[in-house]
Design a protein around this ligand. Structure first.
Ligand code: GYE
Length: 370
């Protein structure tokens, strides 16, 4: 899903830069600033909650309805916090937040309620990537711009912009890291077990596809790949059954998010299976939230492929531009880092011919993480 069409809305307004926690200071938001923010998203990622103050000339707040996936993971908590920090009254917004609890039908209802409430903008983090066409048309007919964040919508491009991560690239990186790491350590990959994220979510689809492609290239055996629903309980349950079914047959476990990895570690502990830098099983995770990085630093997770949840400031920039009648970038990728537990084994990997740096986890990195 890549759209490069830009969109303009004809509402001019004065904007100022301020985070909710700091006092407002006024300055006009220009196209150049918006472009700079987009650039920053692509090159640096963002770890700030600073956003443009959208208070209109007449002091009216901009209403934003956000249909959030749920509260299944640390990543999700960070994403929600970021949106609540940015779309607050001090920044000129009224946020209507709905936690859809991983229920796709509830998410469609939430968007329809936003239309009924006549919000100014709708933000959707789509639980699954399909089934969106009708409701997006309804938003369009109501004249409400939709901004999609994080996961993608794959069966419609009827929305204004998307801000998120390249999940397939994350899967590729995990695969290439595994190959380079196993080679460097002289480890033969005997069998791989995957604990997937929510079936049908673009995060699950992309990470699965990316890793599978690399596994096929190297002729690895993926013994099993089951849905752990991006939760700790799900990860534990799937790993418990893996420990029984595949005892002695695997030495790699890939969890498609940190919380699943936490559950998998509990299950492996109970089964007496060692993992991580000093263990028998190489453990790979995605997200790299604070708790995940702590486990990387401790050597329990070998490598953690970051997914940056702080999209909200970039969404605010897009809204500011739309309010000012300016063109917006319709596709914004967050920048991510690949975190590893060992400093002296590998410093980079090659993914599709491109050299990508690996980041060794230190105290400073853990402290700075969301
Ligand atoms: O990896 C997981 C969360 O959509 C990228 O959803 C996100 C995923 C993230 O539950 O922790």
């Amino acid at each position: 899903m890549k759209k490069f069409l830009a969109m303009m809305l004809a509402l001019a307004m004065v904007a100022s830069l301020a985070a909710c926690s700091s006092s407002s200071s006024s300055s006009d938001t220009t196209a150049a600033e918006t472009e700079a923010a987009t650039e920053a998203a692509e090159t640096e990622g963002t770890d700030e909650t600073e956003a443009a103050d959208s208070t209109t000339g007449d002091g009216e707040l901009i209403t934003v309805g956000f249909a959030q996936v749920g509260h299944e993971s640390d990543w999700r908590t960070a994403s929600t916090q970021s949106c609540q920090d940015v779309f607050c009254e001090a920044n000129g917004y009224e946020l209507v937040f709905v936690d859809c609890d991983q229920d796709s039908a509830a998410q469609l209802d939430a968007v329809r309620n936003f239309i009924e409430q006549d919000v100014d903008y709708v933000i959707i983090d789509p639980i699954v990537s399909t089934g969106w066409d009708t409701v997006l048309t309804e938003c369009e007919e109501a004249g409400i711009p939709v901004i999609v964040i994080d996961r993608t919508i794959d069966d419609s491009d009827n929305y204004t912009a998307w801000v998120g991560s390249d999940f397939t690239a994350e899967g590729y990186a995990a695969g290439e890291w595994l190959n380079a790491y196993a080679e460097a350590k002289g480890i033969e990959i005997s069998g791989i077990l995957v604990i997937e994220g929510t079936t049908g979510s673009s995060a699950q689809l992309g990470r699965t596809e990316g890793f599978q492609e690399i596994a096929d290239n190297y002729g690895w055996t993926i013994l099993d790949s089951q849905d752990g629903d991006f939760t700790e309980a799900g990860g534990q349950e799937v790993m418990e059954s893996y420990c029984q079914s595949y005892s002695g047959q695997f030495n790699v476990v890939i969890c498609q998010n940190d919380n699943e990895a936490f559950g998998a570690m509990t299950a492996m502990d109970a089964a007496g299976i060692t993992y991580g830098v000093d263990g028998d099983v190489i453990l790979i995770s995605f997200d790299a939230c604070t708790a995940g990085l702590e486990y990387v630093q401790a050597g329990s997770i070998n490598a953690d492929f970051e997914c940056n949840p702080l999209a909200a400031p970039f969404v605010a920039e897009i809204i500011e531009s739309l309010e000012a009648g300016e063109e917006v970038e319709s596709t914004v990728y967050m920048t991510e880092h690949w975190y590893v537990a060992e400093e002296d084994v590998l410093t980079s990997i090659t993914v599709n011919g491109e050299e990508q740096e690996l980041t060794y986890v230190t105290d400073e990195i853990v402290e700075a993480q969301y």
